[in-house]
Write a protein that binds this ligand. Structure first.
Ligand code: AMP
Length: 132
């Protein structure tokens, strides 16, 4: 059965899309830990990030870099952090988390409330600054 991220990539379920290429997609995490928290996903359905081939892992990191730089330009955090866990969704992905203050709680269990309107606004703002 297709993973939830494959369904997003196929447009079967909605997302706050940030960027897309033939091989990758980035969209806002629906339960963010910071405003602008974004997921970068290779479209190929592989559970564990380190099971990706060397070339796909490299491409995924380079895609994540472009998205992160777009987040830096649009959101102006101190920097954008990167987290990989993958315990919930069995489809490899990278969390990009804007860090706005030095002691920000960047645990994936530290969810913050963001309205749907704000999520849509964040996605539009970030996506404009992502240069693939
Ligand atoms: P993990 O697999 O532990 O790295 O976490 C999976 C992440 O995917 C969690 O932060 C969820 O909030 C996020 N997530 C799950 N379903 C969706 C969805 N439909 N759209 C966006 N993010 C999602």
């Amino acid at each position: 059965m297709a993973t939830i991220f494959t369904k997003i990539a196929n447009g079967e379920i909605p997302s706050y899309k940030i960027a897309e290429s033939e091989t990758h997609i980035a969209f806002l995490d629906i339960n963010p830990i910071a405003a602008g928290h974004t997921l970068v996903v290779p479209k190929k359905e592989i559970d564990y990030l380190f099971d990706l081939s060397d070339s796909l892992l490299s491409e995924t990191m380079l895609f994540a870099k472009k998205v992160a730089l777009g987040m830096d330009r649009s959101l102006n955090p101190i920097r954008t952090g990167i987290i990989v866990e993958g315990l919930e969704v069995p489809h490899a992905h990278i969390h990009l988390v804007p860090i706005y203050e030095e002691h920000q709680n960047v645990s994936l269990r530290n969810k913050v409330e963001i309205t749907k309107e704000k999520m849509a606004e964040l996605a539009a703002t970030i996506s404009k600054e992502v240069k693939l």
